[in-house]
Design a protein. Structure first.
Lengths: 177, 80
């Protein structure tokens, strides 16, 4: 296949996955420049594989795995992130408000949401990004993360629960102020 | 259908994760929906899981303007 055609075919097949790649890259980086660099590196690595005829059945899990591997090896930023909090001992009782979801949505802004996501342990953030944002099945996410599906289910649920707990804590904080 | 739950540990976390992710089969889902009406642990985990999932979906960050063009340009350069 002529190079031009191959490169157009690659872009056509993969550009739709940029939303997933970008959000996944955000899980490893704090600075926007680093995030964009990681996205670009991911696409270049994917294109090299594509040229070697390594074509995926589904693009999202494939390019997500490439981004994960690059992110883990080059952009692991644990030391620059806020301290991750253990959610195991948090209070998960429903808050004493009529409609917790509506109250939470009204009280927090998007920044609080991003910050809550940042405070989850990395593996939970990644599981949530792959499944809830990227639309991968938990089996595909398990493949991408190199872990059993049961582990992904556990990380996914703990991540979701952690987000809920952190945001309810935010709401309680807002109410007390 | 009760065998679906009997064949596995009663694991509210795992059950809720599969249910909220839409990964239970139709039969298992119907059984689980009846089960959570009687099981406070599973019900609580489903509520937390649903809320967390909605929050996770809302945490999606838009791709910055210009990044798609930057990546296209980088691929074009590497193709030449």
């Amino acid at each position: 296949m002529p190079q031009r055609e191959e490169h157009e075919e690659f872009l056509h097949a993969t550009m739709g996955a940029m939303d997933l790649v970008y959000n996944l890259a955000r899980r490893f980086t704090n600075r926007s420049e680093d995030t964009e660099d990681l996205v670009q590196e991911t696409y270049l690595a994917a294109y090299r594989a594509w040229k070697e005829q390594r074509r995926p059945r589904r693009v999202e899990p494939w390019i997500g795995t490439i981004c994960l591997n690059l992110g883990r090896s080059r952009y692991r930023t644990r030391t620059r992130r806020p301290v991750e909090v253990s959610i195991e001992d948090r209070d998960f009782r429903a808050p004493e408000i009529g409609d917790p979801e509506a109250a939470a949505e009204a009280a927090m802004d998007r920044q609080a949401l991003y910050e809550a996501m940042e405070r989850l342990p990395e593996e939970q953030r990644v599981a949530i990004t792959l499944v809830d944002l990227g639309g991968l099945s938990t089996a595909e996410a398990a493949c991408a993360m190199g872990t059993p599906r049961g582990t992904v289910l556990s990380r996914l649920h703990r991540g979701r629960r952690g987000l809920a707990a952190l945001l309810w804590a935010e709401v309680r904080g807002v109410e007390e102020r | 259908m009760r065998t679906w739950l009997m064949n596995r540990r009663h694991d509210p976390e795992r059950n809720a994760a599969e249910y909220v992710s839409g990964e239970l089969t139709a039969r298992a889902r119907r059984w689980f929906e009846r089960h959570i009406l009687e099981c406070d642990d599973c019900w609580r985990e489903v509520l937390l899981g649903r809320f967390g999932r909605r929050m996770a979906e809302d945490a999606r960050e838009p791709v910055p303007p210009g990044l798609r063009d930057r990546v296209r340009a980088a691929i074009s350069l590497s193709a030449d």
